[in-house]
Write a protein that binds this ligand. Structure first.
Ligand code: THU
Length: 148
């Protein structure tokens, strides 16, 4: 268990959920299967990458987890997200850091300055704060208009 801004995060359960989500991944083009699991309100919201023949429409696993949390009514303040990835060709786990787009989306979650990102590398997990991954994020304050 790990301390978060909101409550204790069950990191092992979160990593399990992310690893399970890898099997749901739909990645026929890259053959890189990613799973994610977001912890909020003592619940786990899973996501997996869903690719598209029009490559740019591909959805990442992390944003899938965020959408699942939002669709459930956005309960609580997310404390952590876990990520796991496996290449279909090698069958090996692969350490996957969240892409820039996902970092930006995560940065707009409530409590994101306290969000911890857990990454499974096939043998162990490592954690990094979202603030370390995306310092000085563009956010709502940057949208202030001088015309008001
Ligand atoms: N992918 C994710 O799901 N999350 C990331 O943060 C990085 C990339 C997916 C997108 C695509 O389906 C595959 O990994 C290869 O880029």
């Amino acid at each position: 268990m790990s301390q978060s801004s909101e409550s204790m995060v069950d990191v092992e359960a979160l990593l399990d959920a992310a690893r399970l989500q890898v099997d749901n991944s739909r990645a026929p083009y890259s053959r890189f299967h990613v799973g994610a699991a977001l912890w909020s309100d003592s619940q786990i919201f899973g996501g997996c990458n869903v690719e598209n023949a029009s490559y740019g429409l591909t959805l990442c696993a992390e944003r899938g987890a965020v959408m699942n949390w939002a669709a459930a009514g956005a309960p609580g303040t997310p404390g952590a997200i876990a990520i796991a990835a496996r290449g279909a060709d090698s069958g090996e786990w692969s350490l996957a850091m969240p892409c820039g787009a996902c970092r930006q989306v995560l940065s707009e979650l409530p409590g994101s300055t306290e969000l911890t990102v857990w990454i499974w590398d096939g043998t162990s997990s490592r954690s990094v704060s979202l603030l370390e991954l995306l310092p000085h994020a563009f956010n709502a304050a940057d949208l202030r208009s001088d015309e008001e």
